[in-house]
Design a protein around this ligand. Structure first.
Ligand code: SF4
Length: 288
């Protein structure tokens, strides 16, 4: 049985940057606080916790003083920087540059929409850290839509400026754009293709990878939006696509009559976990 690791899988550069910043600080100092999970992958978080990283939530952060806190790739709302300043917090800002650019564009759109009584709309997951950070740049006034069912929240008479969370599916985003266009009464509608190319460009190669292997093992944390989206791509191409968060979830019976296994994952899945998954499967095969 052949076991192939998808060469396009592993962390996106935004996550690589955040993890490298955390590790480089921890080599010299301890502890380092991280506001929220550094990446949506429990095993990678566990590895970094063992090095001294401490994950904290916003309530803990508000009370923290004179410490160093890492801002992860998802970015943060302006309020977080204000609190850090007031509490003498040294921030290590590992916000992904793509997210930072999007925040600036949303802030600008918010200022423009204010002048013409318009609306900033964000296609994203409600409560997701990146969406919270983006919305913070509109003084939390943006309309967050997660699906077509949420479109009724938009006033189609008023100007609309639409953005997407970076990790949403480009296909779903463009479907939403078409639905909005059909309901428009205003002629003032703009949208930005803000889906990250590290995510959208993976679709095509991933589809081919899924077709070229009998069985797909998709490795991702359950909290990863991008993981959910890419797994949907896999299962649309290969009925034998299995979602796992760790090797404990692998079942021997999946491998019956299988000639090739493809291992892939989300942009938040570390490469070492994909290699570990391959080694685990090689062992099952060996014992047969
Ligand atoms: S998916 Fe794209 S935008 Fe999000 S952290 Fe990775 S590189 Fe940055």
């Amino acid at each position: 049985m052949k076991i192939n690791i998808d060469e396009n899988s592993g962390f996106c550069f935004g996550v690589v940057y955040a993890v490298e910043k955390a590790e480089s600080f921890l080599e010299r100092n301890n502890p380092l606080f991280c506001l929220g999970d550094i990446v949506h992958n429990d095993l990678e978080i566990k590895r970094l916790h063992e090095k001294g990283l401490k994950t904290i939530d916003i309530n803990y952060f508000k009370k923290l003083k004179n410490q160093t806190v890492l801002i992860r790739a998802h970015g943060e709302a302006p309020d977080t920087y204000k609190i850090a300043n007031e509490n003498n917090i040294n921030l290590i800002d590992a916000s992904c540059p793509i997210v930072l650019k999007l925040q600036i564009k949303i802030k600008k759109a918010f200022e423009q929409m204010k002048l013409k009584n318009g609306q900033v709309v964000i296609f994203g997951k409600k409560g997701h850290a990146e969406v919270v950070g983006l919305n913070g740049n509109t003084l939390n006034s943006a309309i967050i839509i997660s699906s077509e069912d949420d479109l009724d929240q938009i006033d189609f008479l008023k100007p609309i400026s639409l953005f997407s969370q970076t990790t949403k599916s480009a296909t779903s985003y463009f479907k939403i754009i078409e639905k909005i266009k059909k309901r428009l009464i205003t002629d003032d509608f703009t949208y930005l293709d803000s889906v990250c190319k590290q995510v959208s460009n993976r679709d095509k190669d991933l589809k081919l990878f899924c077709k070229n292997n009998d069985l797909i093992i998709f490795v991702s944390g359950v909290k990863s939006s991008n993981g959910k989206m890419l797994y949907d791509v896999c299962s649309s191409q290969n009925p034998y696509a299995k979602f796992i968060s760790s090797t404990d979830e692998i079942k021997t019976e999946w491998f019956k009559n299988v000639n090739s296994v493809g291992i892939t994952g989300a942009t938040s899945t570390p490469s070492w976990l994909l290699v570990q998954t391959k080694q685990f499967i090689q062992k099952i095969n060996f014992e047969k």
